[in-house]
Design a protein around this ligand. Structure first.
Ligand code: SF4
Ligand code: SF4
Length: 136
């Protein structure tokens, strides 16, 4: 695992405000993550002997479009969930469907998060690489 990349990624994650999530999982559908996140997720999957899950469109439809990592109403990769899951409820593009108790992240904060994240992707030389739970 690339320690400096992981540390930078965790720093970005920790700068995202904690949304008062009710854990209803209504927002847990097909997701994507990027190379720096893949390093963290891959390591977590290996350490916890969790099989990588990538579904086809058909499998998603059969499972009512829920995220494949939502098992028995619990996110099995929660400690390493990608940035898209962490931003849920915090930004206008990813509004929470169950609660509006949170204050949205300001444009300025979001831009800072975006810039740091893009820089991290650039450092891993993987601008075009992303991983998805959906088989394209
Ligand atoms: S819809 Fe809102 S409350 Fe439900 S899991 Fe997503 S962020 Fe949390
Ligand atoms: S990774 Fe976890 S938090 Fe993110 S969509 Fe899947 S189940 Fe929900």
């Amino acid at each position: 695992m690339n320690k400096p990349i992981i540390e930078s990624l965790e720093k970005i994650y920790s700068s995202i405000q904690n949304f008062p999530c009710k854990q209803c999982h209504k927002c847990c559908g097909p997701i994507i993550w990027f190379e720096p996140e893949e390093l963290l997720i891959r390591d977590y999957l290996e350490k916890n002997k969790i099989k990588r899950i990538i579904w086809t469109k058909k499998q998603f439809e059969k499972n009512h479009m829920r995220c494949p990592y939502l098992i028995d109403d619990r996110c099995i990769i929660y400690p390493v969930r990608p940035i898209v899951c962490r931003l849920q409820g915090n930004i206008s593009e990813l509004i929470c469907m169950s609660s509006n108790n949170g204050t949205l992240t300001s444009k300025k904060e979001l831009n800072k998060i975006r810039e740091e994240f893009v820089e991290l992707i650039r450092q891993t030389n993987s601008m075009n690489i992303f991983y998805s739970t959906l088989k394209l």
